[in-house]
Design a protein around this ligand. Structure first.
Ligand code: 5AD
Ligand code: SF4
Length: 440
C-alpha cells in the first residue's frame, strides 16, 4: 500500500482542507504514514498569510527535496494558498515538485493519482469546484468543521486571501443542514462553521435562495444532537442585529465570538479598508454584550500597518483596554505581494513594529488573565476531549466560551459535563468535575 503524509500550515480552513485531502487519498487506497520519512506521497498544504509562513514552508520543501534525492519515487505535492500565489513560478523555482494546486482544487490530487501521475503538472484550474463534496477524515468523533463558504469579497488592503481563494461562494443551506444531520448521526456534538467571512454567508445566493447567516444558525440549532455551534471568522461589518439575535436565542450557539478588529485607530482602519470605525466597532461590542452578557470575545490585531503612528498604536492599546478581550491573536504587519498595502508609503521600521507587538501582547495577556480569573468559582459546561496531553491524570476539555479547562473527574471523551473552576492562568482554566445534581 502506498502511504501519504500531509503537513498543514495556516488557518483552520487549511486544517479542514487537509481532512479532505486525507479523506480523498484514503478513498483511493492510500494509508497514512507515521512520519514524512515513511511516506510515498509528501503533501504540503500551504499558507501565505505572512512572510514567515512562506519562509517556514520553503525550509520544509528543501527537506522534501533531500528526501526525494534519496528516494526518487517519492511524490511531492504542494496545495493551498502559497501554492496558488506562486503558480506562475512554482515549477521553475521548485522543479522537484510533482503536483501543485490551489486551495479550491484538492480534486486535482485525485485526478493525478487516478491518471498514474500522467497529468500536466503546471495546470491549476483554480476555483472550479467545491471540495466540500469530497470524502473526509476527521480527528475527533464528536467535533467537526463545516465549510459554509469559500473565498472572500472584502478588499482589506493588507490581505492576500482574496487573490488566492477567489470570490465568495456560499454553499446551499439545504445541503449544509443535511450535512449537519449526517454528522450528528455519526456522533458529532460540536460544529465549527468555517468561512473567510462567515457572516456574509448567503448573500451571493440571494434572491434565488432566501437565506442568511442568521437563518443558517437557526437551522443548524434545530438539528437534533448538535449541542454546540461555533463559527470563524465573522467580519464586524456584517455583524447585523439578526445575527446577534440568533446567537442569543439559539441554545447550541456558544457564548463565544472571534471578532477581528485589526486596529483601534479609525484612520488606520480606513486605510485598511475595513469599512468600520473604532466607534462603530465599540458600539457593536456593546450591543453584543447586552444580548449575550457572558460572551467570550477574541480578536485579531495587526501592528505596524503602513503609516501607523504612535498615536494610532495608542488607539489600539486603548481599544484593547475598553473591550477587555478574552484572548487575541497579534500579528506584525507583513507586506504581501500584489496587495494594496504593499505599495503604500511609510512602511513602519522593524524595530518599531517589534516594540509595538511586545507592548500589545503584554496588554492582551493582562486582560486574558483577568477574564479567566473572573471565572474562578463558576460552574462551566465542558465538552471533554480526553486526558490532558501534558498530565494524563487530569481531563481536558473546552467551555462554551472556548476556553481550555483541565480538571479532575471521570468523564469520557465526547461527554458534556459541569466543572467547577478552581484556578486560572492567562491561557487555561483548571477545576474539578461537579457532582451531578440528583433528579428531584
Ligand atoms: N500581515 C500581518 N497580519 C495579517 N493578517 C492578514 N494579513 C496580514 C498581513 N499581511 C492577519 C489578520 C487576519 C489574520 C488571519 O491574519 O489579522 O485577521
Ligand atoms: Fe488560511 Fe489565509 Fe493561510 Fe490561506 S493564506 S491558509 S486562508 S490563513
Amino acid at each position: 500500500m502506498k502511504r501519504y503524509h500531509v503537513t498543514t500550515f495556516g488557518c483552520q480552513m487549511n486544517v479542514h482542507d487537509s481532512e479532505r485531502i486525507k479523506g480523498l487519498l484514503e478513498s483511493l487506497g492510500l494509508g497514512e504514514a507515521g512520519s514524512a520519512d515513511d511516506a510515498d506521497f509528501l503533501v504540503f498544504n500551504t499558507c501565505t498569510i505572512r512572510e514567515k509562513a512562506d519562509d517556514r514552508l520553503v525550509a520544509h520543501l528543501m527537506d522534501a527535496r533531500a528526501a526525494k534525492r534519496r528516494d526518487p519515487d517519492k511524490v511531492i505535492v504542494v496545495g493551498g494558498c502559497w501554492s496558488e500565489s506562486m503558480k506562475d513560478e512554482l515549477f521553475d523555482q521548485f522543479p522537484f515538485v510533482d503536483l501543485a494546486f490551489g486551495p479550491g482544487n484538492i480534486h486535482r490530487l485525485g485526478d493525478y493519482i487516478q491518471a498514474g501521475g500522467e497529468i500536466p503538472r503546471g495546470h491549476f484550474s483554480t476555483f472550479d469546484t467545491f471540495s466540500g463534496e469530497l470524502p473526509l477524515k476527521r480527528d475527533r468523533d464528536f467535533q467537526a468543521w463545516m465549510q459554509i463558504s469559500t473565498g472572500c469579497n472584502c478588499n482589506c488592503a493588507y490581505c492576500i486571501v482574496p487573490s488566492v481563494r477567489g470570490r465568495e461562494h456560499s454553499r446551499h443551506p439545504g445541503g449544509l443542514i443535511r450535512e449537519a444531520e449526517r454528522l450528528a448521526g455519526d456522533g458529532v456534538r460540536e460544529l465549527t462553521l468555517l468561512g473567510q467571512n462567515v457572516n456574509s454567508y448567503g448573500r451571493d445566493l440571494r434572491p434565488a435562495v432566501d437565506t442568511s447567516f442568521a437563518a443558517l444558525l437557526r437551522g443548524l440549532d434545530a438539528v437534533h444532537g448538535i449541542d454546540r455551534i461555533r463559527f470563524t471568522s465573522p467580519h464586524p461589518k456584517d455583524m447585523r442585529a439578526d445575527v446577534i439575535e440568533a446567537m442569543a436565542e439559539c441554545e447550541a450557539v456558544c457564548e463565544q465570538l472571534h471578532l477581528p478588529v485589526q486596529s483601534g485607530s479609525t484612520r488606520i482602519l480606513k486605510a485598511m479598508r475595513r469599512t468600520y470605525s473604532r466607534e462603530r466597532y465599540l458600539a457593536l461590542v456593546e450591543r453584543i454584550r447586552e444580548a449575550i452578557p457572558d460572551v467570550a470575545l477574541t480578536t485579531d490585531i495587526i501592528v505596524g500597518f503602513p503609516g501607523e503612528t504612535d498615536a494610532d498604536f495608542a488607539d489600539t492599546l486603548s481599544l484593547v483596554d475598553e473591550v477587555g478581550y478574552d484572548h487575541a491573536f497579534t500579528f506584525v504587519y507583513s507586506a504581501r505581494r500584489g496587495t494594496e498595502a504593499a505599495r503604500m508609503p511609510d512602511q513602519v521600521p522593524d524595530e518599531v513594529r517589534g516594540d509595538r507587538i511586545e507592548r500589545l501582547v503584554e496588554r492582551i495577556q493582562h486582560h486574558a488573565t483577568a477574564r479567566n480569573a473572573a471565572l474562578v468559582g463558576t460552574v462551566q459546561e465542558v465538552l471533554v476531549e480526553g486526558p490532558s496531553r501534558t498530565d494524563p491524570s487530569v481531563l481536558r476539555g473546552r467551555t462554551r466560551g472556548g476556553k481550555a479547562l483541565n480538571f479532575t473527574g471521570t468523564a469520557l471523551a465526547g461527554a458534556l459535563v459541569d466543572v467547577t473552576v478552581t484556578g486560572s492562568t492567562s491561557q487555561t482554566l483548571s477545576g474539578r468535575q461537579a457532582a451531578p445534581v440528583a433528579a428531584a
